[in-house]
Write a protein that binds this ligand. Structure first.
Ligand SMILES: [Zn+2]
Length: 386
């Protein structure tokens, strides 16, 4: 089926009390694997493209310095890859822009085919955040596209999303934000943190979600809360990577038990990036350790070289540049060594994402999600006056 907006997924999670994971992708193989594993578990899928991920897909190994043009090319590549798979997939698939910062880049994403966008005005004053978000909502809803806002500031680092300290979301303000902007869902700050260094024993302030949802219900406003910075950082993955020569230290995530507690409190979308990076790194490292001759491979030997020289890192974008040309556009791969590497990327995604589909409770719910089109959704917003 064609890509769907996020809204019907939010409505299902609200109604049935589960959460959808939302997974960042940087290569065609990752996008394919995220969709495959959701099909296996009959869950709807949310794929996320972040600004800098789009730069990487645009062909920039130094993605931190990507230009708007690189990002545009990258966004189109990921859209092409996802759309072609979506057409033949039995599950609803959403393509969501993660951390859209300004009007121009968000509109470009919508024009490129994204069916859901996040507008991150969290660093602005409340009034300025409302104004920016409202402008995006108007533009997006006219086209049936879902909008996620953000209120409160998260600590940590996620690509260029950086903040020194966490300022929790004021639940009293949540209602006003929904009413004034018309957003469909809202990222809150309640104890999660971007990146892999979240500290040991993270505790989430679920009272913030509970209070916000109670206020919304009293006012008769539909809204779903979103949890950013929610990777679980499975310790067995870190240990296995380090046992094979990796040097990752201090990596801790949000315990899965904490996340499962907040899902019934109104958290319906949970963003995960680090777990996939770790899982892919584990498989790729294992490939080289178990098959030492591949370290000399003409096609993928360069990957091992980078991986070894940066053993403390686990972002695949750090060690994939030698083969990136084959990973950012959909084309048939015939090189046997490269096929093995792609297989590792996919296995890594399957393991990390499959676990979370089950834990978050979205398995089996795909048939319960209304396959609404963007046009139908735009019509609904128009009639409801939002
Ligand atoms: Zn985020």
């Amino acid at each position: 089926m064609p890509l769907v907006p996020l809204r019907p997924l939010l409505e299902a999670s609200y109604r049935y009390g589960f959460a959808h994971g939302a997974f960042n992708v940087n290569t065609v193989a990752q996008a394919d694997a995220v969709i495959e594993i959701h099909e296996t578990f009959r869950s709807a899928a949310i794929l996320q493209g972040a600004d800098l991920a789009n730069a990487f897909m645009g062909g920039r190994a130094d993605f931190m310095n990507g230009t708007v043009e690189d990002k545009r090319i990258g966004a189109k590549r990921i859209m092409d890859a996802v759309q072609s798979v979506s057409e033949n997939s039995p599950i609803p698939i959403v393509m969501h822009l993660d951390h859209g910062k300004d009007v121009e880049s968000i509109k470009a994403a919508i024009e490129g085919g994204y069916t859901s966008v996040m507008v991150d005005g969290s660093s602005l004053s409340f009034d300025d955040n409302v104004e920016l978000t409202r402008e995006i909502v108007k533009y997006a809803h006219e086209r049936g596209v879902t909008v996620e806002g953000e209120l409160g500031i998260l600590a940590g680092v996620e690509d260029d999303v950086f903040s020194e300290e966490s300022t929790y979301t004021n639940p009293m303000k949540v209602c006003e934000f929904f009413r004034k902007t018309g957003v469909d869902c809202l990222a809150i700050s309640y104890g999660t943190k971007h990146g892999a260094v979240k500290g040991k024993n993270v505790k989430l302030r679920k009272e913030i979600a509970i209070a916000a949802m109670e206020n919304l219900k009293h006012e008769g406003i539909f809204g779903v809360l979103v949890s950013h910075g929610s990777s679980t950082v499975p310790q067995y993955m870190v240990e296995e990577i380090n046992a094979m020569g990796g040097q990752i230290s201090n990596a801790h995530g949000v315990p899965i038990s904490e996340l499962k507690q907040v899902i019934p409190c109104g958290i319906g979308k949970i963003n995960v990036d680090t777990d996939i990076r770790l899982s892919v790194t584990r498989y790729v490292r294992e490939l080289f350790v178990k098959n030492p001759s591949l370290k000399e491979s003409k096609s993928i030997g360069g990957v091992w070289e980078l991986m070894e020289s940066k053993a403390d890192q686990f972002d695949p974008r750090v060690y994939l540049p030698p083969v990136m040309e084959s990973l950012i556009v959909r084309k048939e791969i015939t090189d046997i060594d490269l096929l093995k590497l792609v297989d590792c990327i996919k296995r890594g995604v399957h393991e990390a994402v499959g676990t979370l589909i089950v834990e978050f409770g979205s398995a089996g719910y795909a048939p319960k999600i209304e396959p609404v089109t963007l046009e139908e959704m735009a019509d609904r917003y128009r009639k409801a006056g939002i």
